[in-house]
Design a protein around this ligand. Structure first.
Ligand SMILES: [Zn+2]
Length: 238
C-alpha cells in the first residue's frame, strides 16, 4: 500500500484521497493516478494546499485474477473500519441485508485488516480537512460529515463551512454502513468525506470519467474548510 504527498506539507488545507478500496473497480485507480499527475504538475500553483493520494488501497484484490472487491482475506474493506456500531450491526447487516454475500464480508472484527489500519493511520498522520474516496459503479456523489443536524456535536461555524463544500459539489447524504469510511471519518470524526461513485468500472470509460469529474475534484481540493479544533478520536486499540 502506497501513498504520495503533493503541495505544501504544512498546509492546513489538506485533502486525503483513497482509491481502489475495492480491487475490482478499475476506473477509480485511473482517476486517482490522473489526479496525482495533475497535482504534481501544479505543485507551485497549489499555494497553502496539500493533497495526499493513496491510489490503490486494495492491491491484493486488484492483482488477483479475476479481480475481487474484497482483499486477500476475503474482507470488504469498506465495512471493516472501527465504527462505534460495528460490534452491534456489522454482522447483523451482512446477514440480513446481504444474505452473507461474500463480497460484503465485514471481517472477523473491526480493523482486522492491514488495509484498514493503513487507512486509519493515514487519517491520523495526515489530519485531512477533507477526504475523497473514489469508487464505482453506483454513479453518485455522497457526503458524510457534519451537517446542520449535528450543530450540538461540532462547532457551528465548522458545520456551516462543511455544508458549503457539500452544496458546492452537489453531494447528497445517503445511507451509511457499519465499518464504512463515510461512517467512520465523516460521521464519527467529523471530517467531510465525499464518496465519488463513478458510473461504471469499464476501463474504456476511465478517461471520460476523469475529464467529467476533474473540475469537481479540483474544486474540492482547493476549497478550504477550517480545521475542526475538537478532539479527533483515535481508533480503539491504538
Ligand atoms: Zn466500491
Amino acid at each position: 500500500m502506497v501513498y504520495a504527498s503533493f503541495g505544501d506539507p504544512n498546509a492546513q488545507n489538506t485533502t486525503l484521497v483513497f482509491s481502489t478500496v475495492h480491487g475490482d473497480e478499475i476506473t477509480p485507480l485511473y482517476v486517482a493516478l490522473q489526479l496525482a499527475q495533475w497535482v504534481r504538475e501544479r505543485q507551485l500553483q497549489l499555494i497553502k494546499t496539500r493533497v495526499v493520494i493513496a491510489p490503490l488501497v486494495n492491491p491484493d484484490g486488484f492483482f488477483r485474477s479475476p479481480r475481487t472487491r474484497v482483499n486477500g482475506h476475503g474482507v470488504d474493506l469498506n465495512r471493516n473500519l472501527n465504527t462505534h456500531d460495528w460490534e452491534s450491526k456489522a454482522h447483523l447487516y451482512w446477514r440480513t441485508r446481504y444474505k452473507n454475500d461474500p463480497r460484503r464480508n465485514p471481517g472477523p472484527k473491526p480493523r482486522s485488516e492491514p488495509e484498514t489500519i493503513f487507512q486509519e493511520e493515514l487519517i491520523s498522520k495526515v489530519k485531512p480537512q477533507k477526504i475523497l474516496s473514489i469508487h464505482s459503479p453506483l454513479n453518485f456523489l455522497d457526503y458524510d460529515g457534519p451537517t446542520h443536524l449535528s450543530l450540538s456535536k461540532f462547532p457551528r461555524e465548522y458545520v456551516i463551512e462543511c455544508e458549503k463544500l457539500r452544496k458546492r459539489l452537489n453531494a447528497k447524504s445517503s445511507v451509511y454502513y457499519p465499518g464504512s469510511l463515510g461512517n467512520r471519518a465523516g460521521q464519527e470524526m467529523g471530517i467531510p468525506t465525499l464518496t465519488l461513485e463513478l458510473p461504471s468500472a469499464d476501463p474504456k470509460k476511465a478517461d471520460i470519467y476523469w475529464r467529467k469529474f476533474a473540475l469537481g475534484i479540483r474544486t474540492m481540493i482547493q476549497f478550504s474548510v477550517p480545521n475542526y479544533a475538537g478532539e479527533i478520536k483515535t481508533p480503539r486499540g491504538g
